[in-house]
Design a binder for this molecule. Sequence first.
Ligand code: ZN
Ligand code: ZN
Length: 379
Amino acid sequence: MPRRVAGSLPRMHQDRLGRVRAAMEARGIDVCLLSVGPDLPWLVGYEAMPLERLTMLVVPLHDRATLVVPKLEVPRVRHDTEVFDLRGWGETENPVDIVAELVGGASTAAIGNRTWSQFLVELQRRLHGVAFSNASEVLGPLRAVKEPAELDMLRTAAAAVDRIASELQAGDIALIGRTEAEVSAELGRRILAAGHHRVNFAIVAAGENAASPHHEPGSRVIGRNEVVLCDFGGTMLSASGAGYCSDITRCVVTGEPSAEMLEVYAVLDEAQRSAVAAGSVGATCESVDAAARSIIESAGLGEWFMHRTGHGIGVEEHEDPYIVAGNTHRLEVGNVYSVEPGIYLPGRFGFRLEDIVATSASGPEALNRANHSLVVVDA
Ligand code: ZN
Ligand code: ZN
């Protein structure tokens, strides 16, 4: 039997549903269709299993929302009866027919941007004349403005990875003589032990590999006097049923850094600090990117900073708002994003420095507080 939850959760989900409906109305969307991905847990606290059996929340503009879910997964659903109806479908039923019936006479549908094309193609075939658009246009701007409880979750998740970064800097995590993959696995274990329910990534890049921003940790053994770049994060489950992400990057050196390393790192540290400080209410995302980039360019290193400065973070590791040239979105209270400039010298070494930052009325709040220095680790 589905469990019934009492208290504030249905109210929170009802409130979000109300805001989604207002956004649908403003955009002329008749129905929202949400499947795998973070929109569904954010909205009703249930995460669809990413399997071949369709799970889909149908949110008509005026009728009640219905969660269409495989019958065998109904026991997983924490059913807020005040928020949505539940329609379990049996093995011999076609869930696309059920969704199509619930869509009714709608002429515009917004579908979650993580929905498998298999289902989208079937729905489009079944729903002639319905114009489909991307549900991120409806939910993205709402999810980008965090509620106080969401900010608390992001602070908790940030503090958890801060502790791991401090352990790394204190030499509690052995580096020299181990492979990147071994250190990555240990970071993963610590991410779980720190209270996350999922590891999202644990990049460990040593020496010349640190010059590859999305390096896949491998069999390379970490030596002495090398840069070790660690970028890691996980998802922490909240009481609402949605998970909130952490994401931090710190670099250490296994021995005395060279003068060049110190020089490059000092530029990066200054660039990162300026970008964090630039994140006031009303500042554009591109101006935050420019704050970091201009300092790295002035130092003659602009060519080696080839990615955007940051990304929004919440129930998804990367979401709105993106801190990138061309994004004229003005930061508002409740926006949360990463500030993570990097300088990558091909074939030699690289650095990235990343904190999560929340926009607040009193100025930018860095959620990560771990030491920014290029710490020497003899471990
Ligand atoms: Zn990161
Ligand atoms: Zn990041």
